[in-house]
Design a protein around this ligand. Structure first.
Ligand code: NAD
Length: 326
């Protein structure tokens, strides 16, 4: 029996494939390489679309796929605001098509990459899973639709799921790191300054109701995310019911705190440029991640922000051109 990982050539997917292999799982990856990297995958790999029914059927038959982790999707909040239909088509419609084929071929469990963006502007933080879901951008809505579709798939066909709502994935392992094009995530952008690839880093808004006025986010080490996926697969395999589960550190860091951590780690000064707020950017997003502990026995093992930034810095220094394919 194998685990099919869609989007396994991407950032979180490739680190999770590493963790699955270390846990003794047999893994196969399907990715269209729209955002991923062939060099990030060293298990059986299929180039193609997660919504392609024929391809899914043949992978499922050849590898006796029993469980799926669905990472495949587009990930940029600002891009989703500019081109929402592209996000609903890829993140929602293709996930729906995939679920339909999976249920037809007898796959009983799905782990789904959801996001803190399903919550929208928080009414209170830390944010628990019960918090109202009011996504403030098409990206978050495209994911929230899938969560609801998964509920109906469970009710009608008994396909169970763990929808894992990640906060800010960050950091790297020795061999897998973050190489998005364009890069929109704070830590890799900040590190581009000491890497000599940009002169300064933009900070959007310094008048938020946070201690230093800049946005606060919950940064969770990508290796901790990967560990949670291994646990979620086992939980579903053991018959656990469908759940929506936050994955975060439970602690927030402001943009300025991340820049300072990066200055300490790299020993270089990182100039910032103040910019106006971006529309739809909540002031603070911090997870209440207690449910992940209760249900999956999971807790972050690498919660220190300097450790997260250090791991990203190590990877970028050893991979100055990322995976070298862009
Ligand atoms: N990075 C984060 O902080 C974060 C936070 C919350 C949620 N997520 C979610 O986690 C998942 C992985 O994020 P990531 O940062 O690793 O992104 P990523 O872009 O590195 O990985 C996504 C992968 O999916 C592939 N893909 C996209 N559409 C596809 C399709 N239709 N068929 C096949 N492959 C397709 C891309 O080529 C890429 O390899 C995404 O679904 C994202 O929405 C990420």
């Amino acid at each position: 029996m194998s685990v099919l990982v869609t989007g396994g050539a991407g950032y979180i997917g490739s680190v999770t494939v590493e963790a699955l292999r270390e846990a003794g799982e047999s893994v196969v990856v399907l990715d269209d390489l729209s955002g991923g990297h062939r060099a990030a995958v060293d298990v059986p790999f299929y180039l193609g679309d997660a919504g392609d029914a024929g391809l899914l059927r043949s992978i499922a038959a050849e590898h006796r796929v029993s469980q799926v982790i669905h990472f495949a999707g587009f990930i940029s909040v600002p891009e989703s605001a500019r081109d929402p239909l592209r996000y609903f088509a890829n993140n929602t419609a293709k996930a729906t098509a995939m679920l339909s084929t999976l249920q037809e071929v007898g796959v009983r469990n799905v782990v789904f990459s959801s996001t803190a963006a399903v919550y929208g502007e928080p009414e209170q933080t830390p944010i628990s899973e019960e918090h109202p879901k009011r996504p403030s951008n098409p990206y978050g809505l495209s994911k929230y639709f899938v969560e609801q579709i998964l509920d109906w798939a469970d009710a009608a066909y008994g396909v169970t799921h763990a929808a894992l709502r990640y906060f800010n994935a960050s950091g790297a392992t020795a061999t897998r790191g973050e190489d998005h094009h364009p890069e929109t995530h704070l830590i890799p952008l900040v590190l581009q300054v000491p890497l000599g690839r940009r002169a300064r880093v933009s900070v959007y808004g310094a008048d938020y109701p946070t201690p230093d006025g800049t946005c606060v986010r919950d940064y969770i080490h990508v290796a901790d995310l990967a560990d949670a996926h291994v646990r979620a697969l086992r939980y579903l395999r053991d018959g656990g019911p469908s759940r929506k589960i936050n994955l975060g550190n439970g602690r927030g860091f402001s943009v300025r705190e991340i820049v300072s951590a990066a200055e300490r780690v790299t020993g270089k000064s990182i100039p910032v440029q103040g910019e106006p707020r971006r529309e739809g950017d909540p002031s603070a997003l911090v997870a209440d991640a207690r449910l992940a502990g209760e249900v999956l026995g999971w807790r972050p093992r690498r919660p220190a922000v300097e450790d997260i930034v250090q791991s990203a810095w190590d990877w970028h220094r050893s991979h100055p051109n990322g995976y070298g394919d862009r």
